[in-house]
Each structure stands twice: as structure tokens, then as C-alpha cells.
Design a protein around this ligand. Structure first.
Ligand code: BG6
Length: 290
């Protein structure tokens, strides 16, 4: 591929064979598709906008350096609405997995909102039944520290959100954004979603299992250095308020978002931060049977 063709491309595809692919839109380095044996695992709204301005409604937008409303700039920060650079084109590893690396640095636009130097590398690895995300944030400044939120805003595709269960949240405190940010403690062994839900669960364990995703399977979400887990579904009324989300789409999505939300990460000059996530489809039958 020529440099000019590369520069014009806005989509990067990792292809592992057997109809297992992952597609990343350079707009926000948004993962817009993850197909395993031809089955799509991520939800993208039929009304999603790909105009290179708005955040893409679905897939996995990259939230940085702010989660939620922001007095300095756009909601959920600028990373999801900025064009990223393809640092390393998709490359096949010795074991057949496929890797690509994306990067984002401060530029005139980011500095006009948030006047810090930074460099993010975002490495994705597509395995047979897994997608790995490795993030590094570096502060190249000699004198300035900065603090940030970061979150992977994963929209899982599900046949019916009311049938999904999320493990690992029992006993965790959460901020309920649907109830004026009141703080509660989760009493349920597994969390289900039957109404407008927007919760920031704090200090969650490294692993969640979500049941009844595509094909009735289970999805494991494993995270490292992401202490919080946001659970979001807009339900009926909030769906109507979003111009890039169909009124009837809410039953088919569930956002389970790993991040650093409640306490921002502070990055001292010359230091780096790393976090990662693995999404893994659990194939029953591979696990020991009762
Ligand atoms: C979630 C937030 O992470 O993202 C919600 O907790 C928010 O409050 C949702 O509504 C979607 O945000 P946006 O900016 O993509 O519409």
C-alpha cells in the first residue's frame, strides 16, 4: 500500500482467517466491528454517524481524557472524535494472531482544549475467540503533570438485554447517574438490566462474565488497571433523545465499560501508565462439564 493510500484510509481491518475479523475506524480508533466466525459481537447503531465529527454510536469508542460532561471540551473527551494514526499496520504473529497499533499525540486541537503533551499507544491483538487491548499513556513533559479519565466504552451486541446477567458486581459501591449520582452498594449476586441504567461501579474485580450475548453465549471481560466498570443502557425515553440511536435498538445493546473514572490517573512528567482489557467468548463445552 502506498503512503498516500494509507493516509486516505479511514478503516483498518485485522483478519485472522475463518471469518474472524476486527475493524477499527481511525476516527477515534473506534473498534466498529469484531466478528468471530462471521458472528458480530459488537453493537453499532443503524443511525450511527461516520462523518468524522461525532463519536461513533457503538462499537468501542475510546474515552480520554475525560469521562462524562466536561467543562473544557466535548463529553467523554476528544480521543473518540480525533483521527488516530496507524502506527503499525495489521501484522500476523507467529501463532496466527493479528496485531495492529494505533497512536494519538497532542496536536493543536487537543492543546486548544487541554494544554498538555501526551502520547497514547493502543495495541489490538485479534485471537481466535479473543480481542486484546493494550493501552499506554506517556507524559513527555519535563515539568507538567496531568490527570485523566480513560475508559473503553464497549457496546456489546445482545439478542435481548433483559436476559443478560453481569457477574462480579456484588458488594461493589456504585454511583447511580439516573438518581442524581447517589451512592449505593450492589446487593445482587448478578446484575440485570430492566430499565434505564447508568451506573459507575467502583473498585470492581478484574473479571466480569456477561451471559446471553450473541448466540446465547457468555462473554468474559478481563481488565487490568481499570478499577471501575460502567453499566449503561438508555432504555426507551433516553433512546428517543439520541439522534444517532434508533428508538427500538436498546434491547440489542449493553454497555459494559472498563475504565478509570472515579479517581483520575495522575501522570507525572516523564512517566507512563498502562492498562489493558481482554474480551473473550466463552465456548461452553471447552469448560469442564458438570
Ligand atoms: C455512558 C455514560 O458511559 O455513556 C452515560 O455513563 C452516557 O451517562 C453514555 O449517556 C453515552 O454518552 P454519549 O456521549 O456517547 O452519548
Amino acid at each position: 500500500t502506498t503512503a498516500a493510500a494509507m493516509a486516505a484510509t479511514s478503516v483498518v481491518v485485522l483478519d485472522r482467517g475463518n471469518n474472524t475479523t476486527c475493524t477499527i475506524n481511525l476516527h477515534g480508533a473506534t473498534v466498529v466491528s469484531w466478528r468471530v466466525n462471521n458472528q458480530e459481537q459488537l453493537f453499532v447503531s443503524k443511525l450511527a454517524s461516520f462523518d468524522g465529527k461525532k463519536a461513533i454510536r457503538g462499537g468501542i469508542p475510546f474515552v480520554f481524557p475525560q469521562f462524562g460532561a466536561w467543562s473544557f471540551g466535548p463529553q467523554h473527551g476528544f480521543a473518540r472524535i480525533t483521527r488516530w494514526h496507524l502506527e503499525r499496520a495489521p501484522d500476523r504473529l507467529h501463532n496466527g494472531d493479528v496485531e495492529a497499533i494505533f497512536s494519538l499525540m497532542d496536536n493543536e486541537f487537543t492543546r486548544s482544549i487541554w494544554n498538555y503533551q501526551f502520547r497514547i499507544t493502543y495495541r489490538l491483538i485479534l485471537r481466535e475467540k479473543e480481542l486484546h487491548f493494550h493501552i499506554g499513556v506517556y507524559n513527555p513533559s519535563k515539568e507538567l503533570s496531568f490527570s485523566f479519565n480513560m475508559l473503553l466504552h464497549t457496546y456489546l451486541k445482545v439478542p435481548d438485554v433483559r436476559r443478560c446477567q453481569i457477574t462480579g458486581l456484588h458488594g461493589c459501591h456504585f454511583i447511580d447517574k439516573t438518581r442524581e449520582n447517589a451512592l449505593y452498594q450492589e446487593g445482587r449476586e448478578v446484575v440485570t438490566v430492566n430499565e434505564w441504567t447508568d451506573r459507575i461501579y467502583q473498585h470492581t474485580p478484574q473479571e466480569h462474565v456477561i451471559t446471553n450475548v450473541v448466540s446465547g453465549r457468555k462473554m468474559r471481560l478481563h481488565k487490568y488497571n481499570f478499577p471501575d466498570t460502567v453499566i449503561w443502557n438508555p432504555w426507551i425515553d433516553r433512546s428517543r433523545e439520541m439522534s444517532d440511536f434508533g428508538d427500538d435498538e436498546f434491547p440489542n445493546m449493553l454497555c459494559v465499560e472498563a475504565g478509570n473514572v472515579t479517581s483520575p490517573v495522575i501522570l507525572l512528567p516523564g512517566t507512563a501508565f498502562e492498562a489493558s482489557q481482554i474480551l473473550q467468548i466463552i465456548i461452553e463445552g471447552n469448560v469442564s462439564r458438570k
